[in-house]
Design a protein around this ligand. Structure first.
Ligand code: ADP
Ligand code: MG
Length: 704
């Protein structure tokens, strides 16, 4: 149960006056919601922070008012001049004055009654809005505020400006967040008072209040004290949650899995190459983890093509040598099948019995497979999410590898782990995303990491160029030349936010467009196709029957077609750098000189340009990831939206990395002294965990 003081904060936004079903729909669009939450709540409005302010503090006389600026004036209403009958195009004007001069208030398509009521002739009014010059007169069109002198306080002198969506006005959001603020309880302080003093940060309630009701233009800036305080709150909550989960996992007993090396030796004999130094080191780390009595959770990081699969296979073999079973889970059907195909010949040579289980295995063959799995006739099960369906039972699962971990949520990882029964399952997660150390901490806490830093021999550098979409004709000419020499081309289509349908439409359109020039040799691959069609298309491309493959981001991970040497990425400015890096890694695998063309749509913002130039300048995945973090802040580096990783709600601030390191140290110190969060600060920190919805951690201390 949530602390009662926080219940009003988690109520539906519909509770707020001015928010009805129509506004709720708009809020859903404008406000970012955490995974699993489908309708906006009061708390979501609190985290929906202004990006700037409108400053109405200038209060000049009419004579002193500067055209083009926002000002608040105290005026006397002189005369109404409604638009002439029959001429609705002419505005309704209201002449006003003060002791220094005159100004006209101008209303287009005015509601006459309303204007008359707001501005009675002879009355004094505060008006606030943009001062304009019209021929030799001053005017203000549609003042933002018109208030009587006794209601002066209704006029916000610094008005927060929120990110909006069509149909949702800033005023509605202001009104809603003002009410949301009233629901913020005064909680016991969860931060260290000395730390707050050092930083000059306000308490939580004041921080939220100053963001939504700024007293100073700096209050809403990402470097300002209120925002920094909240960013730190969120980061500390995240770090605490991770540490709590990690601690509880490490406490649970694991099993000691030790193999005799016999199967590994047979695999090594069957390999046409020798393992690189970092591959050997990673395997040593993994074997040591498996042999230890605590539960293993290790990340294997290696750029695309660095050879993670063979490391995974060797690790899977250790479990089999020890007389248990192991599993390899991939995020997509295509990848799972590809893994199975790559591994099959080696497994045959080493006497390993493989099984493949995806959403496509059905009926009798599936039943037979599950029977063999339960009786222990399958040593290694390869598959997709289908692996943790309820009726999948292992005889004895001791070890699992998850490929491209960042595409799976923590829940899915835990679900697979539970298949191992009470003794638990040791786990190796693999990713090609070069996640910077700092960011790893936000998502895994203290995770053990092995990195493959040597590229296997034979990889070629990729020449990267940037081109505006206006030059697409030149790009297509370039393709004609490349195809004439037998090259193959990936053409990746834009990711359009919030609608898979549109992404699909864009890919279909581009496919049709390229087919006009290149005919039947152009294939189309997207997530909406049935699995069989996807495999078929991929197969045709890898056999060279198709020369251009138009695809949505489904090809991002894993796919291996060495003859493909050109990668065109449309709307490259919309992708995360890590994703661009992965996409580019699809080429440069064969003997040809490879190219990557980053198509972008003008105008290109400064940050977007810097990011694309970074791609042009280097192929070092870690450098790219660090840069991305610097340019964009944490949550986006992993392409959070596609990967289902938690996004930060307020922590995306310029000094993110520094705050994160501090939060990590803070979390460690707190839990070392108070592992069950029972001291006064510990109890306050529980509220913090509730507030940022760190549910997994909350479950843990509730169970304790
Ligand atoms: P990724 O890390 O992207 O999953 P893969 O495991 O698919 O990379 O390996 C890419 C290619 O490199 C494969 O064809 C694999 O057989 C090959 N490979 C892996 N390790 C080595 C090695 N030590 N020497 C040479 N080639 C290797
Ligand atoms: Mg791989």
């Amino acid at each position: 149960m949530r602390p009662t003081s926080l219940v009003p904060v988690f109520a539906s936004a519909l509770d707020l006056s001015g928010v009805g079903p129509r506004i709720e729909i708009l809020l859903k669009k404008a406000v970012s919601l955490p995974p699993g939450v489908t309708t906006p709540r009061v708390v979501d409005l609190l985290w929906h922070l202004p990006t700037g302010v409108v400053d109405r503090r200038a209060e000049p006389t009419i004579a002193g008012a500067t055209p083009g600026t926002i000002a608040t004036l105290l005026v006397r209403v002189l005369k109404h001049r409604p638009s002439p009958r029959g001429n609705t195009r002419a505005p309704y004007k209201v002449a006003c004055e003060d002791d220094t001069g005159k100004i006209d208030l101008v209303f287009f398509h005015a509601d006459h009654r309303l204007v008359e009521r707001q501005l009675p002739v002879g009355s004094m009014r505060y008006i606030s809005g943009r001062i304009e010059q019209y021929s030799d007169k001053l005017q203000m069109a549609h003042p933002d505020y018109i208030v009587a002198p006794e209601r002066r306080n209704d006029l916000p002198l610094l008005e927060p400006v929120y990110p909006l969506t069509a149909g949702l006005s800033n005023k509605i959001l202001q009104k809603a967040s003002a009410q949301a603020l009233l629901r913020v309880p005064q909680q016991a302080e969860w931060q260290d008072p000395e730390w707050l003093r050092q930083r000059g940060w306000p308490d939580f309630a004041s921080a939220v209040a100053r963001l939504h009701r700024p007293l100073d233009a700096g209050d809403v800036s990402a470097g300002g004290a209120p925002r920094q305080r909240l960013a730190y709150d969120e980061l500390l909550a995240g770090q605490l949650a991770l540490d709590l989960v990690r601690r509880s996992q490490k406490e649970r007993p694991g099993r000691q899995i030790v193999g005799d090396g016999s199967i590994r030796a047979r695999i090594a004999d069957a390999l046409p190459f020798a393992l690189t130094g970092t591959q050997r080191q990673a395997l040593k780390d993994i074997a040591a983890d498996m042999a230890a009595p605590s539960r293993m959770l290790r990340l294997l990081q290696g750029d695309v093509g660095s050879g993670k699969t063979v490391v995974a296979l060797m690790a899977l073999a250790i479990a089999v040598e020890a007389g248990t079973q192991s599993a390899l889970m991939a995020p997509t059907e295509v990848l799972a099948r590809q893994h199975a195909e790559t591994i099959a010949p080696l497994a045959d040579a080493a006497g390993l019995r493989l099984g493949l289980l995806t959403g496509r295995e059905k009926g009798k063959p599936r039943k037979e497979l599950l029977d063999r799995l339960a009786s222990g006739e399958v040593d290694i099960l390869i598959g997709t999410h289908a692996l943790f369906q309820d009726d999948v039972t292992f005889r004895d699962l001791a070890f699992a590898v998850i490929d491209e971990q960042h595409r799976f949520g923590v829940h899915q990882r835990l679900a697979l782990q539970s298949k191992g029964g009470s003794a638990g399952t040791d786990m190796l997660v693999m990713t090609a995303t070069p996640i910077p150390r700092t960011l790893l901490m936000t998502h895994y806490g203290d995770l053990d990491v092995s990195r493959l830093t040597e590229k296997p021999a034979g990889r070629k550098p990729v020449t990267t160029t940037m081109a505006s979409t206006d030059r697409i004709v030149d790009v297509i000419d370039g393709l004609k030349r490349a195809l004439a020499q037998g090259a193959q081309v990936y053409w990746v289509c834009p990711l359009i936010e919030s609608s898979d349908k549109t992404e699909l439409a864009a890919a279909e359109e581009r496919h049709a467009h390229l087919a006009q020039t290149f005919g039947a040799s152009v294939g189309l691959l997207h997530g909406g196709l049935p699995a069989a069609a996807k495999d078929e298309t991929m197969q045709a491309f890898s056999e060279g029957k198709l020369s251009i493959l138009v695809a949505t981001t489904v090809i991002e991970v894993g796919v291996n077609v060495p003859n493909a040497s050109v990668m065109v990425i449309e709307h490259s400015e919309r992708f995360g750098l890590a994703q661009l890096h992965q996409l580019r890694g699809r080429v440069g695998r064969g003997t040809r000189q490879s190219f990557c063309v980053l198509l972008y749509k003008t105008p290109l913002g400064e940050t977007a340009r810097a990011r694309l130039e970074m791609m042009r300048e280097t192929e070092d995945g870690f450098l790219i990831a660090e840069k991305d973090l610097e340019l964009r802040g944490g949550g986006e580096v992993l392409g959070a939206r596609q990967s289902g990783m938690p996004e930060f709600r307020v922590a995306e601030v310029p000094n993110f990395t520094e705050l994160l390191a501090a939060a990590r140290d803070d979390a460690r110190m707190v839990l070392a002294a108070d592992p069950a969060l029972r001291t006064p600060r510990g109890l306050a920190l529980r509220d913090l965990l509730y507030l940022f919805e760190c549910d997994e951690a909350v479950r843990l201390f509730r169970a304790a």
